[in-house]
Each structure stands twice: as structure tokens, then as C-alpha cells.
Design a protein around this ligand. Structure first.
Ligand SMILES: C[S@@+](CC[C@H](N)C(=O)[O-])C[C@H]1O[C@@H](n2cnc3c(N)ncnc32)[C@H](O)[C@@H]1O
Ligand code: SF4
Ligand code: SF4
Length: 321
């Protein structure tokens, strides 16, 4: 699975699940086929869940601005209400759900949320993206929920020194599958001291670290993004709202931390509780958004830039601009 492009290309996991909206069996009349992704409007077929906006790792250049985020969780109560509402609005859709973050394993309601996702959408694809740090702390109920709901467990392997045997044991014990998605790096870091503990670490099989750049002047052509940005299909659920893409869902943390003047208006998200017809969400997802004026859309490597070395965030604005 090429999660790399999660936030940098259409062949990625999240685009993968976003594209799931396109391949969803029982809605093929209104949703796009995968090949038509760039040409047609797409309705809601799934979303990433901003399970927690903050994170316990704090990577430099983090795509979801998690090092800048205050503690913020999606609660079980809200998630439950919103999922039931979506089911009521579109009973025939099996929405594909990916628990992302920040770091999803931080959310104390995660097990209940997985069970709820399975109750409402028993047949849709479900996944968790995690940095793996908390795996050894997860209890039996969690692993049972993963197995029962057939959640694809996807671990980003960062160049950090953490215990990695637990996942194999749990996977054998509970019978679920998992995969690693490895960050290329020449150095291994101690997660507690943040110091390099191995200068000769040589992880070359994997994906490159890079940064997605914002445009603080807001000079990007937002209409064009509607058609050519692969991330616009990576819809995210946060705060009871559906967002067009991950930048829109998480940029609040960047704006608040650096106190920059990027306006988020009511046109930039849609509140599930206020929706009367699923078409409102489909239409929302099919129209250009002003917020795209502030985003250059692609990671620096997409423009021929060099990959960046993974490291811990120093919370400098240059990590995102
Ligand atoms: C935002 S994270 C959330 C889940 C979890 N915290 C994790 O890191 O796996 C989702 C994916 O985006 C990737 N990602 C985030 N920032 C990135 C960056 N600057 N360059 C490349 N990939 C990035 C992560 O590696 C991870 O695979
Ligand atoms: S692990 Fe890194 S990339 Fe994932 S959310 Fe945390 S800080 Fe961001
Ligand atoms: S903000 Fe707009 S341009 Fe940037 S990733 Fe999202 S959809 Fe693409």
C-alpha cells in the first residue's frame, strides 16, 4: 500500500480510500469510476477521521500540523450521532472509514468508535494509520474490535527506537493483518531524548519525507485545484464536519499557533448535523473552495525538490511554508 502519497498523490492509501467512494458497489450511478477521478464530480464515499488532531510523535513537516495542535479528540458520542445521521441520509452507501490522526491510538474512545463503524457499515473497508508508539498499550478489547471489524492496520515505521514485537504477537493472537509503511532514513532516533542513536541506520526501502507548502499570501488559483488537486478527494471528518481535504480539516492548528491571517469560513466545511439531504454533502465536495488559495497543493518532491530528512518538529513556520 502506498500510503506515502497519502497526502501527496492520487495513488495513495487515503486517496485509495477516497477513490473507494468511486468504486463503491451500490452507488455506481452517482459516484465516479476510478478512471474518471479527475474529470467528474464525486460524492461522499468515505472519509478519514481526525481521531485525534494532536500526536505523541511530533514529526517535522507533519502534514496534519499535529505538532501545533492542542489536544483535540473526536468523541464517541459525536461520531456515533454523525455516523447514524449519514446512514439515515444515504442508507445504501457503505462508507469507507480510515482512522487517521494526529495519532488515532491516543483517542480513549477508539475501540468504541471502531465497533460503531462496524455496526453502521459492516461491509465497508476500514483502516487505521498509526505511528505504532502506543501499540503495546492497547488492550484486548481493542484487538478484538480490530479483528471483528476487519480493520486494516497500517503502521508508519518512523526511524525511532520503539518496541516492535507486540504487533506480530497480537496479529497472530487475534488473527488480523497489518503492514508497515517505512520512512526512508539514514539515522535512528531515541524517541525519549530525541537524539540520534545510530548514525548508520540504513532504511532505504520506503517512502521519502517531504513537506506540503502553504501560500500565506493566498495567491493560488483555487478554481484550478478543484480539478487538478488529487487531495481534494481525501475527505476528512473532524469536529462534526466534513472537509474537502486534509489541509482544510487540520489547518486550524497552524492558523492558531502562528496567528496567521488565513480565513476559514462556513463555506469551507459542512456540518453533518445540519444536512437534510446527502446531495448537500456531495455538492459541497464537488465545488471549489476558497481555502485552496492558501495551499500549493503538492509536497516539495512533487516539484522536483529533494526529499527532506525526517526529524522532530521545532514548530517553526518554515516547516509548513
Ligand atoms: C498524518 S499521518 C497520521 C497517522 C499517524 N500519526 C502516522 O503518522 O502514521 C498519516 C500519514 O501521513 C504521512 N505524512 C505526514 N506528514 C508527512 C510528510 N511531511 N511527508 C511524508 N509523509 C507524511 C505519515 O507518514 C503517515 O503515513
Ligand atoms: S506521527 Fe508524525 S506524521 Fe503522524 S500525525 Fe504524528 S506528527 Fe504527524
Ligand atoms: S487545500 Fe486545496 S490545493 Fe491544498 S491539498 Fe487541499 S484540495 Fe489540494
Amino acid at each position: 500500500m502506498k500510503r506515502r502519497d497519502f497526502l501527496c498523490g492520487a495513488s495513495c492509501l487515503l486517496a485509495g480510500f477516497a477513490l473507494g467512494k468511486i468504486t463503491n458497489n451500490n452507488q455506481d450511478t452517482m459516484l465516479c469510476k476510478k478512471d474518471d477521478f479527475y474529470e467528474n464530480d464525486c460524492g461522499l464515499g468515505g472519509f478519514g477521521i481526525a481521531t485525534s488532531s494532536h500526536c505523541n510523535l511530533n514529526c517535522k513537516y507533519c502534514d496534519t500540523y499535529s505538532p501545533l495542535s492542542k489536544e483535540e479528540f473526536v468523541t464517541y458520542e459525536q461520531f456515533s450521532r454523525d455516523l447514524e445521521k449519514l446512514k439515515e441520509l444515504a442508507p445504501d452507501r457503505e462508507l469507507e472509514l480510515t482512522f487517521i490522526g494526529g495519532e488515532p491510538l491516543l483517542n480513549p474512545d477508539l475501540t468504541k468508535m471502531i465497533n460503531k463503524a462496524y455496526e453502521i457499515y459492516p461491509n465497508s473497508a476500514k483502516a487505521i494509520l498509526t505511528n505504532g508508539i502506543l501499540i503495546e498499550k492497547m488492550d484486548d478489547e481493542f484487538w478484538k474490535a480490530i479483528k471483528k471489524a476487519n480493520v486494516k492496520f497500517s503502521i508508519t515505521k518512523y526511524p525511532i527506537d520503539i518496541e516492535r514485537d507486540t504487533i506480530e504477537r497480537k496479529s497472530k493472537e487475534y488473527g488480523f493483518e497489518y503492514n508497515y509503511d517505512t520512512v526512508k532514513s539514514n539515522k535512528l532516533y531515541d524517541i525519549k531524548t530525541k537524539k540520534v542513536i545510530n548514525e548508520n541506520y540504513n532504511e532505504q526501502e520506503g517512502f521519502e519525507w517531504s513537506k506540503n507548502t502553504l501560500d500565506l499570501k493566498g495567491s493560488q488559483n483555487y478554481l484550478l485545484k478543484r480539478f487538478n488537486c488529487p487531495h481534494r478527494g481525501i475527505n476528512i471528518y473532524a469536529r462534526g464536519n466534513i472537509y474537502y481535504c486534509y489541509v482544510h480539516a487540520y489547518i486550524k492548528s497552524f492558523i492558531e499557533y502562528f496567528k496567521v491571517d488565513i480565513p476559514i469560513t462556513k463555506d469551507d466545511y459542512i456540518k453533518i448535523a445540519d444536512v437534510k439531504d446527502i446531495k448537500e454533502i456531495d455538492d459541497f465536495l464537488s465545488t471549489p473552495k476558497f481555502l485552496c488559495k492558501y495551499c500549493k497543493q503538492c509536497h516539495n518532491t512533487c516539484y522536483g525538490g529533494e526529499p527532506l530528512e525526517w526529524g522532530f518538529s521545532e514548530r517553526q513556520i518554515t516547516e509548513w511554508t
